[in-house]
Design a protein around this ligand. Structure first.
Ligand code: EPU
Length: 429
């Protein structure tokens, strides 16, 4: 087992480069099976979720060749199944994008019920409602979801009862090769929705309105392959912005789309952090005290739920009391006990966390309970006095490329160590 060890208290200075967006990549990789010729994906993040999805594609018969760490060539012509049987698929939430993609390709899909970070109930009723509107039957047997379109897929109007990223993308995937027009109302508007639409349009799809809450998809007969570069990761960039806010310093965060960061920038500025927007970079500086503020997470363009634990780490060090409201997930405060070990003062009541800022946090042994909570513990460790050891870092490495190298590059004292088996066992208990 590996751990991160952080000696806190170093100001962060220098430059950091942001990788491609995880949540765009995890939909675009399955989408390649809709093409009738090879696809080259560029600016892929080098993270374990991407490796898992390309492994699943290979297990389905696709030819997958990494040209370098960030570029993969996928030939989907040899895919010879409508089933994702790989056990590994259960571990990753995004494996559910194979439902929409296989439906588009084969009119049938059998995919394990997905896993992913545990924030309470993670239903897929809106995905299934969308598939049903397009003419599909579905069933759940032995942990496998089966969806098929006995009379072919046809366009339809689908109204989302909740704003959902996953269902919006899955219905887009199923509808691009359906017969006629599909309209998704109350669609999610996240940057990765737009990126998936741009990728599919580059293959010959006809999708309009992505990035607004009404997406119209006119089905086409076939999609071709081609080359496509994934957008930069909004949440990875936001995580480094929060790290500078917490630890103090002056960092140029490069290869970003500043517009995607507006919701994060606005809150940091309220907290007394300086953020300068450049063409494809943001410069983040903090030397004075951190002011308290309130934050509520919402679908885009609201403050992202995937930045909630990281902003909480900063608010732990603010002057005064801040109120954090989680507006997307039922149970995204599982990390709070770990923060308390570091001296944070947080009370949670349902979806609300009240954070009393403290003068400083202190290093402790903590466990990453999910991807973003783990990133938040890294941020807290960077700002804390003393040494923080973070275990269960596989959660973090699902979604952050070279976190240790990037932070060390801006002056953080962070390294990965391998923990002897006995130590790992006592921690697991
Ligand atoms: N929901 C339903 N029914 C559904 C689908 C969703 O009620 O059929 C509800 C959920 O319970 C939740 C809300 O709708 O309350 C939003 O869920 P959404 O479908 O948007 O989430 P997701 O697609 O499962 C993606 C990201 C998450 C991110 C959310 C919200 C991926 C692989 N995951 O999940 O990212 O938190 O959107 O933005 O794209 C992360 O990267 O750390 C992460 C967890």
């Amino acid at each position: 087992m590996e751990k991160y060890v952080i000696k806190g208290g170093c100001r962060l200075t220098g430059e950091v480069n942001i990788s491609g967006a995880k949540n765009a990549a995890v939909a675009i990789i399955p989408a390649t099976i809709l093409a009738d010729s090879p696809c080259r994906l560029e600016n892929l993040p080098d993270i374990s979720d991407v490796k898992t999805l390309t492994y699943i594609l290979e297990s389905m018969g696709a030819k997958v060749e990494y040209l370098d760490r960030h570029t993969v060539e996928i030939d989907p012509r040899t895919v010879d199944t409508d089933t994702v049987s790989a056990d590994i698929a259960r571990r990753i939430r995004a494996s559910y994008y194979f439902l929409g993609a296989l439906l588009g390709r084969c009119r049938k899909a059998v995919v394990p019920m997905p896993g992913g970070c545990n924030f309470g109930i993670r239903p897929i009723d809106q995905h299934l409602k969308g598939f049903a509107a397009l003419g599909c039957d579905y069933s759940l047997d032995n942990g496998m979801i089966s969806v098929s379109a006995p009379q072919d897929l046809h366009g339809a109007s689908v109204y989302m009862d909740v704003v959902t990223v996953g269902a919006t993308m899955n219905i887009m995937l199923a509808a691009v090769l359906a017969d006629g027009m599909t309209i998704i109302e109350n669609a999610a508007k996240e940057p990765h929705i737009v990126d998936l639409a741009n990728f599919l349009n580059s293959m010959g799809a006809n999708i309009m309105g992505a990035g607004t809450d009404v997406i119209k998809i006119r089905g086409v007969k076939q999609l071709r392959g081609g080359a496509y570069s994934i957008i930069p990761d909004q949440i990875e960039a936001g995580t480094y912005m929060a790290a500078v806010a917490a630890a103090g310093g002056d960092v140029l965060i490069q290869n970003v789309i500043p517009k995607h960061l507006d919701c994060i920038t606005a809150k940091l500025v309220e907290m007394g952090v300086e953020v300068e927007e450049l063409d494809d970079a943001v410069r983040v500086r903090r030397s004075g005290p951190i002011s308290r503020t309130n934050v509520k997470t919402m679908p885009y363009p609201g403050f992202p739920t995937d930045m909630q634990p990281q902003i909480a780490a900063v608010l732990c060090l603010a002057q005064g009391t801040s109120v954090l409201t989680e507006g997307v997930w039922d149970n995204r405060y599982r990390y709070v006990d770990e923060f308390r070990r570091m001296g944070a003062q947080i009370q949670v009541d349902g979806k609300i966390a009240v954070i009393e800022g403290v003068e400083s946090l202190t290093g402790a042994k903590v466990q990453a309970c999910d991807l973003r909570a783990g990133a938040a513990m890294v941020i807290a460790g960077l700002a804390a006095q003393g040494t923080t050891e973070i275990s269960c870092i596989h959660h973090i490495e699902r979604g952050y490329e070279n976190l240790v190298g990037k932070l060390a590059g801006v002056g953080a004292d962070i390294r990965t160590i391998t923990v002897p088996d006995e130590d790992a066992k006592s921690q697991a208990g």
